[in-house]
Ligand binder design. Structure first.
Ligand code: BGC
Length: 476
């Protein structure tokens, strides 16, 4: 490889990401209202060892510690999310919690004073409970509530924040939260709720993007997108037409579900539409379980100023034929994703480590979404069991992954603008509680000070950042 191939473009964004509920703690401090994750975790039997994010990394009180971690890594960008119910305790602008506003003002101002660009996510899974009580994401009204919240945030922080993400991973929120019941709000309603939630999330996102575009962009000149997560899927048997079709369906139901309306056609992938419509009819539903976009609403197509990709893993796909009556996204998809035995799995069973899947997915984005600017807004490697600060496997993971990103840029011509490691800190990993650690910094959750210590992978990442890649003299 030439020197050029392993050096990233100038102004490449080197980041790390977090989310409010996973790090902040202070769940009911200073006027914060409860969110669905507070409620979910306070119920029993939902999270590993009944843990919760009441304290988490206590980033609400220990922000300066986090800032030091960011500075030690030499990050140019930091992605974090706002807790909607910390700012608007009942989810509406009827009551604004000034202490919440002050907290995020401090974070943003400190970042800028340290030469770190904030990327702010408005919604990372933690809906105000008060809005859940009115139907949450299953209610059509949520789109207006989200839009008002977004307008409030753009107006309050947008003079300094120029990179916005409206929603984090709508597919995860829709499926894990409303079909599988594994995430808050814990609904188990296979077949219809996930599509309805996804639809309302798209409507909410589109409204917020249009508000920004009309009301704020002329002066603030920022960019707005939404973070989409997707596996990369390939046929299990590359020679089999059935497996090839299964891989296409797998991609349509994971990647295309949100990427197609926003980046490609303004509507869901044709194969989702035809399969869900037909299956709904056969199952006796009066209308399709997949909602339709209505003419009277702001268009969803084109409502992203860049592609924000969360990539973790890949699958090999083969055809599956569940009984026609079975409800659920997987049954509609008619494809099953399996792990290739050659892929190492890190910590959690779903996370096969496949760095070259990221390169292929980036190329796919370039080819299918009209060559957008791409930020990789999450990517990471977990550790379970005894804490090992000398996390050599994670170091190898970051190196292999960033080499693939470099190839995507230099060989495939993908316009990748930045990379955010998940995560800055070990944190509350949703249903896995604190048992799964993704941090570049270890957090000692047993210690009253919640001490942060850099993993070896943090040191390696800092070196890569300092050199803006892997110049040939640095390769070893
Ligand atoms: C989410 C993060 C989560 C990470 C690892 C992503 O789906 O955005 O909140 O911690 O994956 O599971």
């Amino acid at each position: 490889m030439s020197i050029k191939e392993n050096v990233f473009p100038s102004h490449f964004a080197w980041g790390a990401a977090t989310a409010a509920y996973q790090i902040e703690g202070a769940w009911n401090a200073d006027g914060k209202g409860p969110s669905i994750w507070d409620t979910f975790c306070h119920g029993k039997g939902r999270v590993y060892e009944n843990q919760n994010g009441d304290v988490a990394c206590n980033s609400y009180d220990l922000w300066e510690e986090d800032l030091r971690c960011i500075q030690q890594l030499g990050l140019t960008h930091y992605r974090f999310s706002l807790s909607w119910s910390r700012l608007l305790p009942d989810g509406t602008t009827r009551h604004i919690n000034q202490k919440g506003v002050s907290y995020y003002n401090r974070v943003i101002n400190d970042l800028l004073a340290s030469n770190v660009t904030p990327m702010v996510t408005l919604y990372h899974f933690d809906l105000p409970q008060a809005l859940q009580d009115q139907g949450g994401w299953t209610s059509a009204h949520i789109a207006d509530a989200f839009n008002s919240y977004a307008v409030f945030c753009f107006g309050t922080f947008g003079d300094r924040v120029k990179l916005w993400l409206t929603l984090n991973e709508p597919s995860v929120c829709a499926k894990l939260g409303h079909e599988d019941g594994l995430h808050a709000p814990g609904l188990r309603d296979p077949g219809a709720a996930a599509y309805l939630v996804g639809h309302n999330m798209l409507r909410a996102h589109a409204k917020a993007w249009h508000s920004y575009h009309a009301l704020f962009r002329p002066e603030q000149r920022g960019l707005v997108s939404l973070a989409l997560s997707s596996d990369w899927a390939e046929p299990l048997d590359p020679g089999s037409p059935e497996d090839a079709a299964a891989a296409e369906r797998y991609m349509a139901f994971t990647f295309g579900w949100f990427a197609s309306p926003v980046f490609m056609t303004g509507d869901y992938p044709a194969v989702m539409r035809s399969r869900i419509d037909a299956r709904s009819r056969a199952q006796g539903f009066l209308s399709s379980r997949l909602p339709a976009f209505s003419e009277g609403e702001p268009s969803v197509l084109g409502t992203a100023d860049f592609f924000a990709l969360n990539y973790y893993t890949s699958r090999r796909a083969r055809s599956a034929s569940p009984p026609p009556g079975t409800l659920g996204l997987k049954s509609d998809q008619g494809a099953e994703g399996v792990l290739d035995p050659s892929w190492p799995v890190c910590g959690v069973s779903w996370l096969a480590v496949v760095p070259d899947g990221l390169r292929k997915l980036l190329k796919h984005i370039k080819d299918t979404c009209n060559n957008p600017a791409v930020y990789i807004t999450e990517n990471g490697f977990s550790q379970v069991g005894p804490v090992d600060l000398e996390d050599f496997r994670r170091c190898g993971f970051y190196r292999d992954t960033l080499l693939e990103v470099s190839e995507a840029i230099h060989e495939d011509g993908v316009d990748v603008r930045g990379y955010f490691a998940w995560s800055l800190l070990d944190n509350f990993e949703w249903a896995d509680g604190f048992s799964v650690r993704f941090g570049l910094f270890h957090v000692d959750f047993e210690h009253p000070k919640l001490t942060r210590s850099m993993y070896r992978s943090g040191r390696e990442y800092a070196k890569i950042i300092a050199r803006n890649g892997f110049p040939s003299s640095a390769q070893s």
